[in-house]
Design a protein around this ligand. Structure first.
Ligand SMILES: Nc1ncnc2c1ncn2[C@@H]1O[C@H](COP(=O)(O)OP(=O)(O)OP(=O)(O)O)[C@@H](O)[C@H]1O
Length: 326
């Protein structure tokens, strides 16, 4: 169930409000309209069963794109096919094979327990009794929902509600899943649980997943491939590892020594920090083995650690206007 997007554009026409009350009065007679180019010429393909991260800073165009993929917004131009369907045609069969989860919006009915929303979804998606029971049992086990099913939704914590949102979205066994910030606001432990569930679900059911998240932990744990968008344009489509290598052509070498010698570290790399016996250097990727061996030969090394720069650093660089990532 692949996703194909070609030359996708979305413009919004917004009324410009003038400042102050005289401006407001003037706007009544003469409405000034501005065009917001939210998505500008985006093309990509996601093969069936793949899980891909869709990243970009605030206002980059992620939600707008996802809403078009889920059939909630009309594109201004370009084409989209999701599992062979044109989303904005809103065919009933299309709704049955996809699901959209938005971390900021709830699809659960607030005043009743999640189980009742699940039953509403059963009716909407025409899920047979047996299939419903089976899927529900699996989701209750994987997401540990047992205790939550009959509590009023409004009394659930954010994390508990998010797990129920995921279950509600998956009851009809969608083949394509759009997840817009599924871990937003969750504590680290619940984030970890939710992302583990998404990974497991994707592997077991070969669901195609497009995921947006501002948490790099979600991305590194779940996705090999990332799409990066900024100002509505696609800046990068490729492997996360390649992006890291391109943007940060160095590794971090941390060495714990018995004591820090009073020498220049220039011959080893760029010094980041040196305190309490620990030296941290930025070392070009191609020199990392040679530099680590030299350390082991020349110094009294107690511990040595080689790491990629933090993903947040890579992504911050990737979001920059002039990042040469494509
Ligand atoms: N309904 C709308 N009317 C007018 N402008 C809109 C509308 N929806 C989105 N926009 C604008 O389109 C641009 C892209 O917004 P979008 O919500 O897609 O960004 P995003 O990447 O999802 O951001 P965030 O990470 O903050 O959720 C922004 O400039 C936003 O203000």
């Amino acid at each position: 169930m692949s996703i194909q997007v070609e030359h996708l554009y979305k413009q919004f026409r917004v009324h410009v409000r003038q400042a102050g009350w005289t401006g407001a009065v003037r706007s009544l007679f003469k409405r000034e309209i501005r065009t917001v180019e939210a998505v500008r010429d985006i093309s990509f393909t996601i093969p069936s069963g793949e899980i891909v991260a869709f990243l970009g800073p605030n206002g980059a165009g992620k939600t707008t794109t996802i809403k078009m993929l889920a059939g909630l917004l009309y594109p201004s131009s370009g084409s989209i096919q999701v599992a062979g369907y044109v989303p904005f045609e809103q065919k009933a069969e299309f709704k049955k094979i996809m699901s959209l989860v938005m971390g900021q919006k709830s699809q659960l009915i607030w005043d009743i327990p999640p189980m009742e929303t699940f039953l509403v979804n059963k009716a909407i998606y025409e899920i047979e009794d047996r299939a419903f029971r089976q899927t529900l049992d699996e989701l209750v086990e994987l997401l540990e929902l047992e205790e939550l099913l009959t509590k009023p939704t409004r009394s659930l914590s954010l994390g508990q509600r998010m797990k129920c949102e995921l279950a509600a979205a998956l009851l009809h066994r969608p083949k394509v899943l759009f997840l817009d910030e599924p871990t937003i606001g969750l504590d680290v432990h619940t984030q970890e649980k939710v992302r583990r569930f998404i990974g497991q679900y994707n592997r077991e059911h070969r669901t195609t997943v497009l995921l947006t998240s501002h948490y790099m932990g979600d991305v590194t744990a779940l996705c090999d491939r990332v799409l990066i968008i900024n100002h509505g344009k696609l800046l990068y489509d490729g492997e996360l590892d390649m992006l890291t290598e391109k943007l940060t052509p160095y590794k971090l070498l941390e060495v714990q020594l018995s004591s820090i010698p009073d020498i220049s570290w220039d011959a080893y790399g760029e010094l980041v920090d040196a305190k309490e016996g620990k030296v941290t250097l930025r070392v070009p990727r191609e020199r990392i083995h040679e530099v680590s061996s030299r350390f082991l030969q020349l110094f009294d090394v107690r511990d040595l650690n080689i790491e990629d720069p933090p993903m947040e650093e890579v992504i911050t660089l990737a979001f920059q206007e002039d990042a040469h990532v494509s």
